[in-house]
Design a protein around this ligand. Structure first.
Ligand code: SAH
Length: 349
């Protein structure tokens, strides 16, 4: 296990192995999570302990290798290189209330949603807790900021890497570390119903977002293979359980694909599906990719769909297209980078 993926308790428990007192474990935790460091030569830990740890233990590292800065707002899209040279991406957004960062939880993804670039090469591997934390720490160090909201909406399916994601969120919450409240963390999932129930039972008020994208099982199954295992009804009943346990509102992400999921009957279906659930709908215009070149709806069509939902008493917003001049969503940046076609994206470097 990587040292910077361990809790303070686990680091303290490790110290006797190195003939050190437990308080050295607390110093290590402070070094990794308060000072946000990974290089022992920049700390003041005993030399002998450092030598032994370097010989026997692993430390995760993450480097920002590219930054694509929007010219119309302050959004930045970033590429991170992991210790084994795998690459993941993320986004930093500035809102009135502070900074939100979207991070990745896996290299690639095995969920197979047809419209999503992240899943096209399948799952490469899970990210460790430290690799998720370091995406936040490296961004904060680079820009001299504090990230207040962390959203698990980069590449990967967070609930398919459940244990590492939970450990990451607990470390992020630690008051001796980043000290982020659970309500300021959002897990976005394609709908792994039994993991949603497991998450509800953790009794942590993490914000939950569901990628719904269609209102009937046959159509949803065609674009999201996970729907063959967990039907819309299974996901909704898991959401009800989650919402009741955490007294929280669930966000439903709904990518609008013109002619497929944006007519009046879809609005009516949404009303039926979400009845009795404290929910909010976030409308996302499709960002067409090479393998899924379906229609992105026009602005007025998105507005119309939103009005239809509101007439039915549903709560809906259209996702602000931050950094819309950087033509890249969910997995697209990494693929372009790997193919060496960076010039297509406006790079600030
Ligand atoms: N696996 C998680 C989180 C990653 S995807 C999930 O499924 O929720 C983050 C969001 O972007 C999801 O709602 C996803 O469905 C959406 N998305 C992916 N590719 C997209 C595209 N080409 N256009 C619009 N939204 C997309």
């Amino acid at each position: 296990m990587q040292l910077n993926s361990l809790t303070e308790e686990e680091l303290k428990e490790l110290m006797p192995k190195y003939n050190e007192k437990a308080f050295r474990g607390s110093q290590l935790f402070n070094f990794f999570h308060a000072q946000k460091k990974t290089d022992f030569s920049t700390g003041n830990l005993p030399k002998k302990l450092v030598e032994e740890l370097e010989k026997n233990e692993e430390i995760a590292s993450v480097k920002i290798i590219e930054e694509y800065a929007s010219k119309i707002d302050e959004t930045k899209k970033l590429l991170f290189e992991l210790g084994d040279e795998n690459i993941v991406e993320g986004v930093l957004m500035k809102y009135k209330h502070g900074y939100s960062q979207c991070i990745s939880t896996q290299v690639g993804c095995r969920m197979g949603c047809v419209f999503c670039a992240s899943t096209k090469g399948g799952l490469v591997r899970n990210l460790t807790p430290a690799e998720m934390l370091l995406q936040v720490y490296e961004v904060e160090k680079k820009y001299g900021i504090k990230v207040s909201n962390v959203i698990l909406m980069g590449s990967g399916e967070p609930l398919d890497n459940y244990d590492n994601v939970l450990k990451f969120l607990r470390l992020l919450h630690d008051e001796k570390g980043h000290n982020t409240s659970y309500r300021n963390m959002t897990i976005s999932t394609c709908g792994i119903a039994d993991k949603i129930i497991q998450l509800a039972d953790e009794n942590l008020p993490i914000t939950l977002a569901i990628s719904l994208h269609n209102t009937n099982n046959i159509s949803r199954g065609k674009i999201m293979p996970i729907n063959r295992k967990y039907k819309i009804e299974d996901v909704i009943s898991a959401c009800k359980y989650y919402s009741e346990k955490n007294s929280s509102r669930i966000t439903f992400e709904y990518t609008l694909i013109h002619g497929q999921n944006d007519n009046e009957s879809n609005a009516l279906e949404l009303k039926r599906i979400l009845s009795g659930l404290n929910s909010h709908i976030n409308l996302i215009p499709l960002n067409p990719i090479e393998e899924y070149d379906e229609k992105k709806p026009e602005k007025f069509q998105i507005e119309n769909f939103k009005k239809n939902l509101e007439k039915l008493g549903l709560n809906a917003t259209i996702r602000r297209e931050l950094g819309s001049d950087i033509d890249a969503s969910c997995g697209q940046l990494r693929r372009k980078y790997k193919r060496g076609v960076n010039s297509e994206i406006c790079s600030s470097n």
